[in-house]
Design a binder for this molecule. Structure first.
Ligand code: GLU
Length: 451
């Protein structure tokens, strides 16, 4: 039997990283075994569900590259895939249970008649789990307003949609005996269950907004790559049993097993996510990197259409300088700015340290003259700058620091000479001359200055 798995979000919030990880495990298992991955929207709580949340969830899944074989927008043999459109089906299922004495009316609502005994199921992650039915009250399956409860709709749909494996959060373990009893009451074999440990923040508390972003699309805005987040989430609570961590989608599909899901809670470590993102940034082709950066550069006002044509080769060389230092796409825009525009302000600490000597302006003027005459390549620029420093009886570092501030406004940048070559002679000379004219700049008072 080909496996059929589903991700069944309630659209009462954005796609949270925990939900995305659940979707991803279901998707990996379905892809691994040539099965079907169904997306079902559990929107029976009409007060709290919204179309915006549904689109946010679909966008989040698509951004992560989790595609669904049946569900919203793609349809399928078990449509509709929105629970709000299946109410008749739930009511019919409830009537069936009532007619067979498995459920009864109580004050306008319908309750499931929990039999005596013990309910046991095998959890693929936690092993056998038993509940004494005495602890399960005869729970409501249809509210007095005619709406089904989650327990009823989830089981009816899992039966109708032929779901063979349910992979979901640990927080549903206590619901599972109710579901197993319902499957049995409907004469259906329960699916295999795998309850995945929850995701915790660094403080070992359940991951929440207090720990930073939790919405998948927020990670997109923060400059993470979908493949990096995908790889990172796959390893939250699941492992290959080896040290292998950087795994492509294809490798994850090939290696995914329910056995590899650990019973212990998984900790969301942002430094680790940054590390993954850096690794994936290094692996991107130049064109893919440009495509990913485009929205960030547009937002920063730095995008030019010529980046696709005449300035493409230049852009690729600039990105080659920035890539080894960047962890997120957002950092590129900041680092990229000096390659496009002159600084409008200068780092005050840098000014105090490197531009406040009485002869700073003279050094920079001399440097401007020097680079005006220099051949425009890394080696010559460096040689000429060092020769100038020697001639003026100062350390080369004095000129290097001053030049970096003049050209970028900052104390930290990629290698100065690589950068100068790409910024271009005219811009470099203009920026040096402009700074020389502005000196001395007001120096921010610092602790050292008062000593
Ligand atoms: N709609 C439920 C939730 O979002 C689905 C749980 C399940 O997978 O059964 O938690």
């Amino acid at each position: 039997m080909t496996p059929r798995l589903r991700f069944a979000p309630s659209p009462t919030g954005y796609l949270h990283v925990g939900g995305a990880r659940t979707a991803l495990f279901n998707w990996l298992y379905a892809r691994r075994h040539g099965g079907t991955f169904v997306l079902r929207i559990e929107d029976t709580d009409t007060q709290r569900s919204s179309d915006d949340m549904v689109s946010g969830i679909l966008d989040g899944l698509r951004w992560l590259g989790i595609d669904w074989d049946e569900g919203p927008e793609v349809g399928g043999p078990h449509a509709p895939y929105f629970q709000s459109q299946r109410l008749d089906r739930y009511r019919a299922a409830v009537s069936d249970l009532v007619s067979r004495g498995c459920a009864y009316e109580d004050d306008g609502a319908i309750r499931f008649r929990v039999p005596q005994g013990t309910t046991t199921f095998h959890d693929e992650v936690h092993g056998p789990i038993s509940f004494d039915n005495a602890h399960l009250e005869s729970f409501v399956i249809l509210r007095s307003d005619g709406h089904p409860t989650y327990h009823l709709s989830v089981v009816v749909d899992d039966i109708d949609m032929g779901i063979t494996h349910v992979v979901r959060g640990d927080d549903h373990i206590s619901n599972t005996p109710k579901h197993v009893l319902l499957f049995e009451a409907f004469g259906a074999t329960p699916p295999r269950f795998a309850h995945v440990p929850l995701i915790m923040g660094a403080d070992k508390k359940r991951l929440s907004k207090r720990h930073g972003a939790t919405s998948v699309l927020e990670y997109e805005r923060q400059g993470y790559l979908p493949d990096a987040l995908f790889n990172f989430l796959a390893l939250l609570g699941w492992g290959t049993g080896t040290d292998d961590e950087l795994l492509s989608r294809e490798e994850l599909v090939q290696r995914f097993t329910l056995d590899g899901i650990s019973g212990g809670n998984a900790v969301f470590n942002t430094d680790k996510l940054d590390w993954f993102n850096h690794q994936y940034l290094l692996k991107l082709s130049d064109d893919a990197l440009v495509a990913h950066l485009r929205p960030f550069l547009i937002e920063a006002g730095l995008w030019r259409d010529a980046f696709h044509s005449t300035d493409h080769a230049w852009l690729v060389q600039v990105l080659a300088l920035l890539r080894p230092r960047a962890q997120r796409l957002t950092e590129f825009a900041t680092q990229f700015r000096p390659f496009c525009v002159a600084p409008t302000e200068y780092d005050t600490e840098g000014v105090r340290k490197h531009l406040s000597a009485s002869d700073s302006a003279a050094h920079i003027t001399a440097l401007a003259a020097c680079v005006t005459a220099s051949a425009w390549n890394v080696e010559t620029l460096e040689r000429d700058l060092r020769a100038l420093a020697e001639a003026r009886g100062i350390k080369a570092a004095v000129l290097i620091h001053a030049a970096r501030l003049a050209v970028t406004g900052r104390m930290v940048s990629p290698g100065l000479f690589d950068m100068l070559v790409l910024i271009g002679r005219n811009a470099v000379v203009t920026r040096l001359q402009r700074l020389a004219r502005q000196l001395p700049l007001p120096v921010a008072p610092s602790a050292a200055a008062h000593e």
